[in-house]
Design a protein around this ligand. Sequence first.
Ligand code: ATP
Ligand code: MN
Length: 469
Amino acid sequence: MKTIKRTRVTELLKKDCSHLLEKEVNVKGWVRTRRGIKNVAFIALNDGSTIHNIQVVVDVEAFNNDDLLKKITTGACISVNGVLVESMGKGQSYEIQAKEIELYGEADPDKYPLQKKGHSFEFLREIAHLRPRTNTFGAIFRIRHTLSFAIHKYFNDNDFYYLHTPIITGSDCEGAGSMFRVTTLDFNNLPRKDDGNIDFSQDFFGKETNLTVSGQLEGELGALALSNIYTFGPTFRAENSNTARHLSEFWMIEPEMAFYDIHDNMDLAEDFLKYLVRYVMDNRMDDLEFLQKMYDKKLIERLNFILKNKFERLSYTEAIKILEASGRKFEFPVSWGVDLQSEHERYLVEQHFNKPVILTDYPKDIKAFYMKLNDDDKTVRALDVLFPKIGEIIGGSQREEDYAKLFKRIKEMNINPDDVWWYLETRKFGTAPHSGFGLGLERLMLFITGMGNIRDVIPFPRAPQNAEF
Ligand code: ATP
Ligand code: MN
């Protein structure tokens, strides 16, 4: 076969690729469908560069290679040389009249699981190695890429530095749920101390280590030197919560800013979220429109809803009053001091305000040790951003910068100060007011794609009893 430089499908379908018209081009990709009439075969080819397929038209008689054509079935991978022409068919601008075809890999129609008909998301999770080849997951993973890129772009454009925080951590007081142990000890022959407990001084790091649940504590160290930093990496939680909003491994974005109070922090969170939604709308509308058409008629309306509304800001205490006065019967009853469940969060966002909501000043007893104590001595300068359909999408706070107050909280919460001596030292030497928050990438992905289950917005989900692929 003649060697011609490959052009991606997304390029070929652009209105402005007329310079290639009537020229011979090469396209490579996976066959979505193949149909035929009389002596013509139509192959819908996709290479993942766009939701749209390019149509390859084969004149069966002129081609004179039935053996090859027989193997061009759904899922097969081929390389095509042919002439780009304007398409007669409706809905597509250009198509390719095939001259030469090379078969890279066949896909036995009796065995290849992704035949044309729609599959359930549950089934597709079982074939996560193949599901990126569906239209739906192609769209989702392109959106995920664009969103990740936009996150870096936003921070870079706003003078934040990307700080890499460790994935293996020696502190277990990050305050965000159970952790996964990291060890090289021989489980069949564990070293014991005299009191019978395991002797972790003989473990790889000479101490107990775990996978991180958050990069925040180290992020604060960075902010108290570089002013504005962000982290963007995987985090791990060993909570046994089998919900549609929780993963055991998920990606978190955590900006941390010196000299920001809680109001600056809220302004940043709102601006950041709106920027990301707008960026995806500006750059992935094809994929969003596909998801809207297939699954969720209100998807783009909901994205616009975020852009056009100012987020409603109120305190936790005010929110509790609203929930109590609502007359609603919630599964989890509300009263001052309880942690809000997503049913409460969604009531506030979807029923009461009909706007995204930022709640602040939560009771100190339901929040982490590092949050700045208010003068009432009962609440802390926490903030949660609540979205429709999702509930909590961001959790953050102004941090306690006062050494004595922070030390007192650490003792009250039974954390060993020796474990966080380095964190405490930032409050001894040149302490400064500072704030930050954590955004779960997959929660935002759920919102932007309209998917119902968090396992469908990450390529290879990790969840209880589930680490295949
Ligand atoms: P939730 O109450 O929903 O479990 P959290 O209070 O434990 O959340 P944080 O510790 O504040 O959450 O984490 C910051 C952000 O990370 C959350 O706002 C959410 O977007 C995301 N997040 C937290 N836990 C998970 C998880 N298990 N899977 C996916 N995203 C998560
Ligand atoms: Mn949690």
